[in-house]
Design a protein around this ligand. Structure first.
Ligand SMILES: Nc1ncnc2c1ncn2[C@@H]1O[C@H](COP(=O)(O)OP(=O)(O)OP(=O)(O)O)[C@@H](O)[C@H]1O
Ligand SMILES: [Mg+2]
Length: 402
């Protein structure tokens, strides 16, 4: 085991040792999204926490770069995106760093002296130039950004296939009527404007399942602007690949038994983050026990201990934010047969009543709203909800059971 390095990578946006079960999405991107002329459909990648949205987006970017696209964008988890002006600065910064290698003009400078040396100086597109265009364009924020994008395309069209604007955690980009700030509408408007005028600007947004709802609320036409890919848990076959391939690729002298792999698949529910987490813990424990001189035949790894650690690392912070009443409500939901799918207000009311609770429907409603804001639930449609965190019902049962 001396040379063996644990290949598993639980984390936010950490590229996994083997990207399992995403070939359909990769092919679809290459064959149907990048080849559009003109661009009619943009891409949404949505899914629950830890399902692999960031990793997929980070895998799509180099594919696009290879095909000659300019790729600009960032992670929107910071609240910098709340106002239109902030979002414009964000976009200008992202565009500037994506086009900074593009030469705007070259200049021959001959230095004074007996040798008369001539130097070629290249002027690259940069933030100052983009900001100058932005500032010197009259009109609304959207007019200014449209002018910037038009300018970039005029300069870049000889070298590039198009411009991709790729934003992760895009559910954070929301219009707020109270503050009269419409950054999401702004992004949709400039994209649609470019596309209508034949400019190959492609928008890729990734985020939690509430993303499409936000988009439709901002602009009703956005439903038609996007092709939505919902990332789901991995199938048992793909989960198996995600577990066994990295072990084989690392030439690990200790392989997992079929039963152990089956156990990991079952406990992870096929969710990529959980697969990486359980596998990382398993091999860490193995390496540690070996280092302590435990013979291989005596090494025991307890899945329940790993799950307890996972509970603390993944769920506990969210759980701690819930009040006792909210926890009781979550427990009632967790007992529903459809807890891991979609459940209705009605389901919850009935279950609450039969559990002997006297909480009124309006109080339930208030709690559901608070739990949604805390990121534990999300509204799927009118009167219906889902857990926003994978396998939350299992955690709640473990927690309340204890
Ligand atoms: N297809 C996959 N196969 C194997 N492991 C994966 C796959 N996709 C993601 N992972 C692993 O799962 C973990 C979570 O991935 P990622 O951060 O991309 O999820 P996410 O959906 O962006 O989560 P969040 O909503 O919290 O941002 C990472 O450790 C990553 O390496
Ligand atoms: Mg992510």
């Amino acid at each position: 085991m001396d040379n063996f390095k644990n290949p598993f990578r639980p984390g936010a946006g950490h590229l996994p040792p083997y990207l399992a079960g995403r070939q359909i999405q990769l092919d679809d991107f290459k064959q149907n999204i990048l080849t559009q002329e003109p661009i009619l459909k943009n891409l949404i990648i949505s899914g629950l926490r830890g399902v692999g949205k960031t990793v997929l987006l980070d895998t799509l970017k180099p594919l696009a770069l290879k095909e000659g696209w300019i790729v600009a964008g960032t992670d929107l988890s910071e609240s910098a995106s709340v106002s239109e002006a902030n979002f414009s600065t964000r976009l200008l910064t992202d565009l500037a760093s994506a086009v900074s290698n593009i030469v705007l003009s070259t200049q021959e400078i001959t230095s004074i002296g007996f040798q008369g040396k001539t130097e070629r100086v290249e002027h690259h597109l940069n933030y100052e130039i983009l900001n100058y265009i932005y500032k010197s364009t009259h009109g609304l924020e959207s007019d200014k950004l449209k002018a910037v994008i038009k300018f970039i395309w005029e300069v870049c069209q000889k070298h590039a296939k198009g411009i991709i604007l790729a934003y992760d955690e895009a559910q954070n980009l929301k219009d707020t009527k109270e503050d009269k700030q419409y950054p999401l509408s702004l992004l949709l408007e400039i994209t649609q404007h470019a596309q209508k005028n034949g400019l190959p600007v492609l928008l890729i947004l990734t985020g939690l399942p509430t993303l499409l709802t936000n988009l439709v609320e901002a602009r009703t036409y956005s439903e038609r602007m996007f092709h939505q890919t919902i990332l789901n848990r991995l199938s048992p076959e793909d989960s198996r690949e995600a577990i066994v391939r990295p072990i084989a690729d690392q030439n690990c002298p200790v392989k997992l038994t079929t039963e152990a792999v089956d156990q990991i698949i079952e406990h992870s529910g096929g969710y990529p983050y959980f697969i990486q987490y359980i596998c990382k813990e398993t091999y860490d424990a193995l390496i540690q026990q070996q280092a302590m001189g435990v013979p291989l035949s005596d090494i025991r790894i307890r899945i329940d201990e790993i799950i307890r650690k996972l509970d603390i690392d993944f769920y506990q912070a969210r759980w701690n934010r819930a009040t006792d009443k909210q926890r009781n409500l979550l427990n009632v939901i967790a007992q529903l047969d459809n807890a891991e799918a979609e459940f209705s207000m009605k389901d919850i009311e009935v279950a609450m009543k039969s559990s002997g609770s006297k909480v009124s429907a309006s109080a339930i409603n208030v709690m559901l709203k608070a739990l949604t804001e805390a990121g534990l639930l999300y509204k799927t449609r009118h009167g219906f909800y889902s857990f926003a965190v994978p396998m939350l019902s299992h955690f709640v049962k473990r927690e309340m059971g204890e």
